[in-house]
Design a protein around this ligand. Sequence first.
Ligand code: ADP
Length: 541
Amino acid sequence: MQGLMMADQLRVAGVIEHAAKWHSDAEIVSRLPEGGLHRYTYADAHQRSKQLANALLKIGIANGDRVATIAWNTHRHFELYYGVAGIGAVCHTINPRLFPEQLVYIINHAEDRLLFFDLTFLPLVERLAPLCPTVEKWVLMAAAKHLPVGSELPGLCSYEDLLSAESPDYEWPMFDENTACSLCYTSGTTDQPKGVLYSHRSTLLHAMAISLPDALNCSALDVIMPVVPMFHVNAWGLPYAAPLNGAKLVLPGAGMDAASLYELFESEGVTFSAGVPTIWLGLLQFMREGKHKFSTLRRTVVGGSSCPPALMLAFEEELGVTIKHAWGMTETSPLGTAGHLKTKHQSLNSADSLAVRAKQGRAVFGVDMKIVGDNGHELPHDGVAFGDLLVRGPWVVADYFRSGTPGELTADGWFRTGDVATIDLDGFMQITDRSKDVIKSGGEWISSIDLENLAVAHPAVAEAAVIGVPSAKWSERPLLIVVRRPGMDVSAEDLLAFFKGKVAKFSEPDAVEFVEQLPHTATGKLLKTQLRKDFAGYSVA
Ligand code: ADP
């Protein structure tokens, strides 16, 4: 027997329609890549998204066509999220920090028909265009006065011209909620980039789930500033969750440096933010140096890489900002787990509470997870046993876009994350490593993340990475690679001594090397493949 409820389909356009109707005066504030601040409301954003929809239809963009963006977090990028998906086409957000060869690969693989880009990326797209024959039209996301003279980009026009020629009269069409709405390629940390094709249904379920109190806790009372870029897994869903809840949205544009971010946090009254650990490490240094304080920022979610407990503590004690640790992947839309305490944890002392919150957190409803051993058998939730982390749920990838290789999932339908984790009795998952980064020493597995987290707790360490290097006796041993804090000195011996008694003896690093900077991926993660190349041939006694 079927239920007797309306069979309305979940669609991305429904979110902006809702915000325009019920939170019409809530603002979107953007820092523009071409200079200045732009300020308008959800009602205005809705009108312009419909103008964009009319423009796309006039160009001949049809259901399922890919429309790409190479753009910062701005109101125009926000309109593209809604205008493109709203007509049934696919908004393909491209990460400009990838290598040019990867960008060309991605654009050709996706067969993007249009490409919208910010002024900052003009030199980049001019290099890409001759290698991307499927792109019929390149659209500069700015007013016509910023158009370059003599450019050979095919069909080049300005975004503002495109919109101003169109009427805002448009009815968003109804279609199956399983229709694709956006496309995001993994950053290829471990492999060639692979496309994850989200549906309207997966996007909306994810946006509702991340809004929950124990997840990211979004409300109309919030002023949300995603510092995570809109080309990094849809800014973790916040451009959907903010209008869905009627929160004011602040979009920092190209200004991702600490001083520019701080200025916006203060001037726009931001209460809640989100970003990778590198951003917060940089911001912490800036806040300390200038003895700055936040007037309104109270919470932030940190994910993408492991958040060092020392960073959580510093934000809380020095700046009054709570960090919530979260885990996810491009393949999980991205939110999988969030580190929200349970009632039983309320009475813990601060060190024990931090130890729980430093884990990657509990499964959000909609994402199921398990850890399995080498033979595929499920391992116990005792916080000790660790194995491959598998997940499943309505916003977890079933197959990659045009992968040509079915069977990314286990036979019983779970997605292999490539992460190694423990799960404790209370359901808190802790990533011990990426399977390719685990250090296998004798019969023991050493977590590089644990050692990195500990290293950055040392006052003279700005950033740290740990990789396995060959050892005749143990097969692999941990090498600690450190960037010192400016103006601070510390020796390898001091650092090695710092680990004594804090980790099991076999896990202590064998050697320390100092570098000026560490290599990062396009999404701000440590690029360990590069470090392994840089330290190839290094071996410990
Ligand atoms: P890519 O896989 O291309 O680097 P993703 O952004 O999808 O891009 O990365 C997902 C991976 O990032 C996860 O599989 C995990 O290894 C890592 N990750 C994400 N969040 C965390 C976290 N809170 N702690 C540790 N690792 C994390």
